[in-house]
Design a protein. Structure first.
Length: 399
């Protein structure tokens, strides 16, 4: 009888413990649903806990004494951005400010939500991790770094497949399972939920843009950094990229106080800092004359992937031209680019609803833009307005 009662007692404790865990998880999700449901683009302080990517002051961005893009063109670019809820826009030509505009109380120090632009920075961080030997190769099985998958068939998928959105993994979708998708995005178990996804296709068989691939690639990097004695991703990003380009402090949104950041989104920073990242890409990995990225990585970064000519390593490419860009075959979302860009070397970061960094290395042109979410954003407009102006500028033949 005592044994039976003891067993019942332990069983009740276990059940109560499980209920407590579920309540805690549901509370986190409920809180995050409340925080995100009406969050505006500048409401970055709602997202807690936060982890700082420390910046460094290496000097301000200079302005052109006489902008090669006329003020009327900058006004037209700003008008288009504003018509889609824009709050910040900055244009660099030859590394100098050709135009800058804000609204709704935003200025050059205002952080805004990045959404998926974080993915493209994760791709840059991998360049350093490979050069430093933190990650040995893009061909490494991801299970080398994610111990949960060390003996799992999913662990054999190469890291490179995750970085180019071709892992074959399933992604939680609001179309199929709203609870699972919500848990992945908003619970305190983001990486754990990503690890629970099953494999639906062979690696490299199909491009399928999804947050799960970025989350698992980021988690693998974070584990590898800690195994190598580093503090983790935030400190590494600060050391290798954020400080060398002179950015202000940025904010990550981790799953909990000690857990992984959301690697697929929420590197929240100023528009000026995003344009610094773009300028570093325009200069083939250098910034203000100092080399930031390992030699050759930017070329690798922007090389079309095996399954999508418009995607590199967590970054988009606008050539060859696609009028309606699809994220994956199941997604109803299509992103418009009404006409081809006037340069065929445009690299760009895509954050949900019109958060963008556009880079044309051949024109040394960088545009960064932030605004409220818009489902009618056209990727042709800002780039072509700027390129048309540069072609018509008196300095064009000297550039």
């Amino acid at each position: 009888m005592r044994i039976a009662l003891k067993f019942v007692g332990w069983t009740l404790l276990a059940i109560l413990g499980l209920i407590g865990v579920l309540i805690a998880m549901n509370w986190t999700i409920a809180k995050n649903v409340y925080l995100t449901r009406d969050a505006k683009i500048m409401d970055v302080d709602r997202f807690a806990p936060r982890r700082i990517v420390a910046g460094c002051d290496i000097g301000p961005l200079e302005a052109h004494a006489q902008s090669p893009i006329q003020a009327a063109v900058i006004d037209e670019m700003q008008a288009y951005s504003l018509s889609h809820g824009g709050v910040g826009l900055i244009v660099l030509v030859d590394g100098k400010i050709a135009g800058e505009a804000y609204r709704d109380g935003a200025d050059q120090t205002t952080r805004t939500r990045s959404f998926s632009m974080h993915k493209s920075v994760l791709g840059l961080a991998y360049g350093h991790a490979l050069a430093d030997g933190i990650i040995e190769s893009m061909d490494d099985p991801i299970g080398t770094y994610l111990t949960e998958w060390a003996d799992d068939p999913r662990g054999a998928i190469p890291i490179g497949a995750f970085l180019t959105m071709a892992s074959g993994m399933r992604s939680p979708s609001f179309l199929d399972d709203q609870w699972e998708a919500t848990k992945f995005l908003l619970s305190s178990k983001v990486t754990e939920t990503a690890l629970s996804m099953d494999q639906r296709g062979e690696p490299w068989s199909q491009f399928w843009y999804k947050n799960v691939d970025s989350q698992l690639a980021g988690a693998a990097l974070n584990r590898a950094l800690k195994a190598a004695g580093k503090t983790g991703y935030a400190a590494y990003l600060s050391e290798k990229i954020w400080c060398p380009i002179g950015a202000q402090d940025a904010l990550l949104w981790p799953e909990d106080e000690t857990g992984d950041p959301r690697f697929y989104a929420n590197l929240d920073a100023t528009v000026r800092d995003w344009v610094r990242v773009g300028q570093m890409i325009a200069e083939n990995g250098a910034f203000m004359g100092n080399q930031v990225m390992p030699d050759g990585w930017i070329e690798t970064y922007k090389t079309p992937s095996k399954t999508n000519p418009n995607y590199g390593i967590q970054v988009w490419l606008s050539s060859p031209y696609v009028k309606e860009r699809a994220y994956n075959p199941a997604s109803p979302v299509k992103v418009l680019q009404s006409v081809p860009h006037l340069a065929n070397d445009i690299i760009f970061f895509d954050g949900f609803g019109g958060q963008r960094v556009y880079v044309s290395p051949s024109n040394n042109l960088v545009i960064a833009r932030s605004g409220e979410v818009s489902d009618t954003w056209d990727d042709a407009i800002l780039v072509n307005l700027a390129l048309e102006a540069l072609r018509a500028a008196p300095q064009a033949s000297a550039r």
